[in-house]
Design a protein around this ligand. Structure first.
Ligand code: GP9
Ligand code: MN
Length: 420
């Protein structure tokens, strides 16, 4: 009920750097278009790494140099995979402990970024070359406030331009351009890539811009090829945005949605990384790239620890939008005093000093990777459990229904205090 919501609001508001704490770039992208790019199954270890002497992500590497590149950024997803990432980013709430919130709670009341930016004159849309009903997106997007979903029906999808789940990333971006050009500005447009999806298939020589790895584990080996292809598609996308005059009025937020290589492939991954994969390395492999590119702004590598949960406040603050009465579990990644930390859906937690791995209940020093006494990580474990429980209460109880009356009550209280 609304009492539960008050308790949760107290929790989020008492967190270090939560709610209303601005980074120094507050309002720096005010009125700009926002382009989000979901990089399918893209883990951070491919960034700035070479295979056979060749860069795996040459374009993203260059882009990262010219952007805010977060190299301690983790996904927070669970079984809902891509849809969990979308949910986290638009709501700053966690996905569910099991199942996908996109399918189980699509009719809840939310206060999502698309709906918020719409109130500030934005056109919020999503673009993706798969069926509209996959992950129940067509239903959930209405609750999140998207104006339109350009899905498979909006694209020319043929056998030649498809692989695996459907439309390949390069034709996806090419065919998206006429759509983007016709959107009312400013827009908040989410592009969801798809080609770099398990089991990492190419069906055309021109897609193979790097040789596969040679661990003998087919999906790990092919992963590098489809990541390389995805990188090429992003390069193409930026070229097209420039050619069409969309680039300079737009900020770009590119993020890896979740891991691509599961624990079943630890043998091959340890060969790639040249080290054993303990729970510590497993946690570190949950890093995904986050690149925030703002044309005209100088690049910087940011080492703050964060996750998808932090993108809603980060993006809203860049646009100069302050949501004071909202349930956000994340914080503005640019805020100086934010707690440098993130929580995984399985209850693991990473800070700038420690790594708590829920699997195996182990504690590590973050910089050395040395296993340390679990006592040190006990507060991390407790915090992760508490925060996840609060988030689950919001979703299961559909508590954002009470947000408006809660806001009014708080305002009434303040008014009363002020008049005394
Ligand atoms: C499907 C695509 C993949 O439309 O977004 O979803 P995933 O399997 O990665 O969750
Ligand atoms: Mn995915």
């Amino acid at each position: 009920d609304s009492n539960e919501l008050s308790e949760i609001l107290n929790y989020v508001n008492s967190q270090q750097g939560k709610m209303g704490v601005h980074g120094k770039y507050f309002g720096k992208a005010k009125g700009k278009n926002v382009v989000l790019v979901s990089l399918e199954s893209t883990q951070n270890f491919v960034i700035n790494r070479k295979l056979h002497g060749q860069e795996i992500t040459p374009f993203l590497n260059d882009l990262a140099d010219d952007s805010f590149y977060f190299d301690n950024f983790y996904h927070n997803t669970g079984q809902g995979k891509t849809s969990d990432a979308e949910f986290l980013i638009d709501n700053s709430l966690y996905g569910l402990p099991r199942g996908a919130v996109y399918t189980t709670n699509a009719n809840n009341e939310y206060n999502a970024t698309p709906e918020i930016v719409k109130d500030h004159g934005y056109t919020p849309v999503s673009l993706h070359g798969n069926h509209a009903s996959f992950w129940n997106r067509d239903v959930m997007y209405q609750s999140l406030g998207y104006d339109h979903f350009y899905s498979k029906d909006s694209y020319n999808v043929t056998d030649e331009n498809s692989v695996n789940y459907g439309l390949k990333d390069i034709p996806f971006f090419e065919q998206s351009m006429p759509i983007v050009k016709n959107l009312d500005k400013p827009y908040y447009a989410k592009f969801i890539t798809m080609t770099n999806h398990y089991p990492y298939i190419t069906n055309d020589k021109s897609m193979e811009m790097i040789d596969p790895a040679d661990t003998g584990d087919g999906s790990v080996d092919r992963y590098f090829q489809t990541v390389r292809y995805e990188d090429e598609s992003i390069k193409k996308f930026f070229q097209l945005m420039k050619e069409n005059g969309e680039y300079k009025d737009t900020i770009f937020v590119l993020y890896g949605d979740h891991y691509g290589i599961s624990e079943n492939h630890n043998r091959a991954m340890s060969e790639i990384l040249g080290k054993e994969i303990r729970p510590f390395e497993h946690v570190q492999l949950q890093k995904v790239p986050l690149i925030i590119h703002i044309p005209g702004m100088k690049g910087k590598t940011m080492d703050t620890v964060g996750g998808e949960i932090d993108l809603k406040p980060t993006i809203l603050h860049l646009l100069g939008i302050d949501e004071k009465n909202d349930v956000q579990f994340g914080t503005d990644l640019f805020a100086k005093n934010r707690e440098s930390a993130t929580i995984f859906r399985d209850g693991s937690m990473v800070t700038d000093k420690y790594v708590y791995a829920a699997e195996g209940n182990k504690c590590y020093d973050k910089s050395s990777g040395e296993e340390i006494d679990m006592k040190t990580c006990a507060p991390l474990k407790d915090k992760a459990d508490k925060e996840l429980q609060y988030s689950d209460k919001v979703v299961y109880g559909d508590l954002l229904r009470f947000l408006d009356s809660e806001q009014k009550e708080n305002q009434d209280k303040k008014d009363t205090e002020a008049s005394q």
